[in-house]
Design a binder for this molecule. Structure first.
Ligand SMILES: Cc1cc2nc3c(=O)[nH]c(=O)nc-3n(C[C@H](O)[C@H](O)[C@H](O)COP(=O)(O)O)c2cc1C
Length: 153
């Protein structure tokens, strides 16, 4: 007799359980970029990323971006090729890339981290809708601090 529940516990592991590719770059914000442009970048990112299994965080501080992207390697590669030539920033420099065991921000099609080093909370994170602003998990908060170190070497 077929045992009830014999197929439990992930016989076919989710792709992300094996590994996920990630890329971190820093860039110089084009001086003409406004808050409105930033909003357009986020809207554009959340729409594409949500449809293509990309998650991550964009840190922003007046003159500098740092973006952490994670997802399937080939999607990241083609997306990054477009990002690199985007004229809303320049001097795009990869600081880290490679496989990682799991996603750092599985629910964020692209969160925005507003960086204010002088504030008690140096990064205020705006999660993608529908969640809006929300506290991060301890693991997410720790990883954001790790990214902040890369932001300002
Ligand atoms: C700092 C920055 C971050 C970006 N991040 C993303 C992103 O995560 N996902 C995305 O689809 N587009 C992102 N873009 C927009 C892309 O550069 C590009 O405009 C978009 O992929 C559309 O490309 P296309 O006009 O060649 O079709 C970002 C742009 C900038 C300036």
């Amino acid at each position: 007799m077929r045992q009830k529940g014999a197929r439990v516990s992930g016989v076919v592991p989710a792709a992300d359980a094996v590994s996920v590719y990630s890329l971190v770059y820093v860039s110089a914000v084009d001086p003409t970029v406004t808050r409105f442009d930033l909003r357009r970048i986020l809207d554009q990112s959340r729409s594409f990323n949500g449809d293509n299994s990309i998650t991550g965080l964009l840190l922003y501080r007046t003159t500098t971006f740092l973006q952490f992207l994670e997802g399937p390697e080939e999607v990241i590669a083609s997306l990054f090729a477009r990002i690199e030539v985007d004229d809303r920033h320049e001097d795009v420099t990869v600081v880290r890339r490679g496989a990682q065991p799991r996603r750092q921000f599985p629910n964020w099609s692209m969160a925005l981290g507003d960086v204010n080093p002088r504030s008690a909370t140096p990064v205020s994170v705006e999660m993608p809708p529908p969640d809006g602003p929300a506290p991060q998990t301890a693991a997410e908060a720790a990883f954001i601090l790790e990214l902040l170190d890369l932001f300002d070497p």
